[in-house]
Design a protein. Structure first.
Length: 256
């Protein structure tokens, strides 16, 4: 099962609207305990989040629910990762940190930076892959993810940021013009991946909030978390191996 921080639902009630007084009912129907959403660092199933975003779009009649949710969220939605991003000296550093540490927000998210976009000259692309086993429809989740990334980058550089092109892997859930207005760029649908394409020079845009000392401390924190998770994973693997070996010995004992 893949997980995501509950902070990903920041702004959900706001976008759903005041006419839905029992927002918790919408969450529970998708398998999310509303009580867990009060702690942004609580881990909840990514599949349930994908489902509740689709449900939110349906019950509210808002086809661009994912985009609106991303517009209602701030960079602090990412928790400790937001500190790391804001302390980067440039967008290039921020993109590197996102690609390496986004797994702490969700183990179902993967972001990679391609410095040589083959479709546009002198451009690079930020590629999004979302793995939600057992969930066929994740259009709102994808829209929310790429929309949040676009708005976060714009905020980091005081809106001095233009997108060359946006590619989405699904058909539009709202009018295509809604997407173009949101990203202020051409948008193509039915692509193999979700991509944000920008001019390569954008990568060197400096961040006013950059701080080498804060970034170093934030990276140390995440690297420590890597070690903790690795030790837990190795411990669990050893326990599983030991349990299987014990079961095998019992089986052989019965057979003899």
């Amino acid at each position: 099962m893949t997980w995501i921080r509950a902070g990903a639902l920041q702004g959900f009630e706001q976008v759903l609207g005041p006419q839905y007084v029992d927002h918790g009912a919408v969450l529970r129907k998708s398998g999310i305990d509303p009580g867990k959403c009060s702690d942004p660092d609580e881990l909840i199933p990514l599949k349930a989040v994908a489902q509740v975003l689709e449900a939110g779009a349906t019950v509210s009649g808002i086809p661009d629910f994912g985009l609106r949710l991303s517009a209602a969220q701030g960079l602090d939605m990412l928790g400790a990762l937001s500190v790391l991003l804001q302390s980067s000296k440039s967008l290039h550093e921020a993109f590197f940190d996102v690609s390496r540490y986004l797994r702490f927000h969700s183990d179902g998210y993967d972001v990679s930076l391609d410095l040589q976009c083959s479709m546009f000259e002198n451009c690079c692309s930020l590629k999004f892959d979302i793995n939600v086993p057992g969930q066929a429809c994740i259009r709102q989740l994808i829209d929310g993810c790429i929309g949040f990334t676009y708005r976060s980058i714009s905020a980091l550089v005081d809106n001095q940021f233009d997108v060359k092109h946006v590619f989405l892997p699904h058909t539009p859930v709202a009018e295509e013009s809604v997407y173009r207005r949101f990203f202020r760029a051409p948008v193509s649908f039915g692509h193999t991946s979700a991509l944000l394409v920008v001019h390569r020079s954008v990568l060197e845009t400096p961040l006013k909030t950059g701080s080498p000392q804060v970034r170093r401390m934030a990276r140390m924190y995440f690297e420590d978390q890597f070690l903790v998770r690795s030790r837990v994973r190795i411990h669990n693997q050893n326990m599983t191996t030991a349990a299987n070996a014990h079961a095998d010995r019992k089986t052989l004992g019965h057979l003899s």
